[in-house]
Design a binder for this molecule. Structure first.
Ligand code: HAM
Length: 431
């Protein structure tokens, strides 16, 4: 047993996993570019108040899961690691006066997020999100556009059976009456509620709907549903979002119980699940509209919408679905030699090949040629360049390890020859 291990709830991304994660990040970045989102990078920690105010103080994310950094004695500010990107991105929108930019401002980010959650399958204390935010557009068309983008991300990554669940949770015009009705519904059961939930009944009854505590699971099933309490404007917005989704042929399931766990949402909310999965922990992503958030963080009222998806969970879902993940890159060429001691000559040639853009490795150990060739084959390299007697006349043997052929070639021609053979191998190109 090693003395040190990665912290509980975190996981090392070993090279194989990192390559798979990088592929997802690339799919996200390419999609975001195609849809007009520009990259942004905010710090991994912020003033705690950004999250408390933005996400809401009476939420799991802030009450239970925020990684608070212990303040240093000489610094007054209290900081926390970001549990999600939206609050930080909106803080940046306000700070940099982005309301003077052409609206909506469409931004994308991906990177690690931190939640001090109880670790379990698919729930980590450090996890990766891919996120997009469109700030300054009241919708409804952009709501559908963003949901379609989420849907496309899953399909492009290899998950074709993802269900989008959709709801509207109203706005400050209609939600207060609904929340009052919700509180009235729970109040007679207050005695049965665990302490945390009893507190929420008074401070933020909507968050009771997220609770998995035993008496609540049952109570929540029969609780009043928010779509039955929408005002006319929210109803019209919700209907228009659905019309747009239908026009885009994005399938979705209306889910009246979907309220999301963060307080900033208004109107459109959605989540993505592997089809057939009824669990709550398995959400592959989620998002929604947050028309009050910019104002909460200090600017004039500005609508916004976005979504974030959990890349670790997408990787788990891909592996559960048996989708083959990309292989790790291997050196295309290994430079070996008949004289085990001549490592400088091998290294020089590998260096020249790398400078020309070819992934090459030189055999650095002074071992026999046979062993060097075995190692090259084990690496999965396409070619071995063998330096022998011909080196005196500026030649080498080029062995195609895949085709099993070998020929003598001038070292000056190696790059062109390797590129040509590689093209032939990958594309069946006869030139
Ligand atoms: P969220 O639903 O809290 O939303 O997180 C988005 C996704 O991140 C989840 O659906 C899940 O895939 C992943 N995720 C969350 N927590 C964990 C965890 N502990 N371990 C592994 N994966 C996790 C947000 O974060 C919002 N900022 C989304 C958004 C953007 N809304 C508007 N704009």
């Amino acid at each position: 047993m090693p003395a040190f291990r990665a912290p509980r709830g975190t996981h090392d991304l070993l090279p194989r996993d990192r390559v798979a994660m990088a592929r997802l990040e690339r799919i996200g970045a390419e999609l975001a570019t195609r849809y007009g989102y520009r990259p942004i990078e905010t710090p991994m920690f912020e003033q705690t108040a950004v999250f408390e105010r933005g996400i809401g103080e009476v939420t799991d994310v802030v009450e239970k899961e925020l990684f608070r950094l212990a303040p240093r004695s000489d610094e007054a500010e209290s900081w926390a690691l970001r549990p999600e990107p939206t609050a930080g991105i909106v803080r940046a929108y306000v700070q940099h006066g982005m309301r003077t930019w052409p609206q909506p401002v469409k931004l994308t980010m991906s990177g690690p997020m931190f939640r001090y959650d109880r670790p379990q399958a698919g729930r980590f204390r450090q996890f990766w999100q891919f996120d997009v935010e469109a700030i300054g557009d009241p919708g409804p068309a952009i709501d559908a556009e963003i949901i379609e983008l989420a849907h496309r991300f899953y399909a492009d990554s290899g998950l074709h059976d993802v269900e989008i669940r959709l709801n509207s949770i109203g706005d400050p015009a209609c939600r207060p009456a609904y929340v009052a009705e919700l509180a009235a519904y729970y109040r007679p059961h207050a005695e049965r509620l665990p302490a945390l939930e009893r507190g929420r009944l008074e401070r933020n009854p909507l968050r009771l709907l997220d609770s998995k505590a035993p008496p609540l699971v049952e109570l929540n099933n029969a609780a009043p549903k928010i779509p039955d309490h929408l005002c006319e404007a929210c109803n019209a917005h919700f209907a228009a979002v659905r019309d747009h989704l239908d026009a885009l042929e994005v399938p979705y399931r209306l889910t009246p119980t979907l309220v999301r766990g963060l307080d900033y949402y208004t109107r459109t909310t959605f989540e993505a699940y592997p089809a057939g999965d009824e669990g709550q922990q398995a959400a592959l992503g989620g998002g929604g509209r947050y028309d009050g958030l910019v104002e909460l963080l200090g600017d004039r009222p500005t609508p916004g919408i976005g979504f974030g998806l959990g890349l670790d969970r997408v990787l788990l879902a891909l592996s559960a679905a048996g989708v083959e993940l990309p292989a790790e890159p291997v050196p295309q060429v290994v430079v070996v030699g008949a004289d085990p001691a001549a490592s400088a000559v091998r290294l020089r040639l590998a260096t020249d090949l790398r400078a020309a853009g070819i992934a090459a490795r030189a055999e650095l150990a002074p071992r026999k040629l046979g062993r060097q060739l075995e190692a090259a084959a084990k690496d999965g390299a396409h070619f071995a360049v063998i330096l022998g007697d011909e080196a005196a006349t500026g030649h080498a043997q080029l062995r195609d390890l895949k085709a099993g052929s070998q020929k003598v070639i001038a070292t000056a021609d190696l790059v062109a020859e390797i590129e040509r053979a590689d093209r032939r191998h990958h594309h069946g190109d006869a030139t």
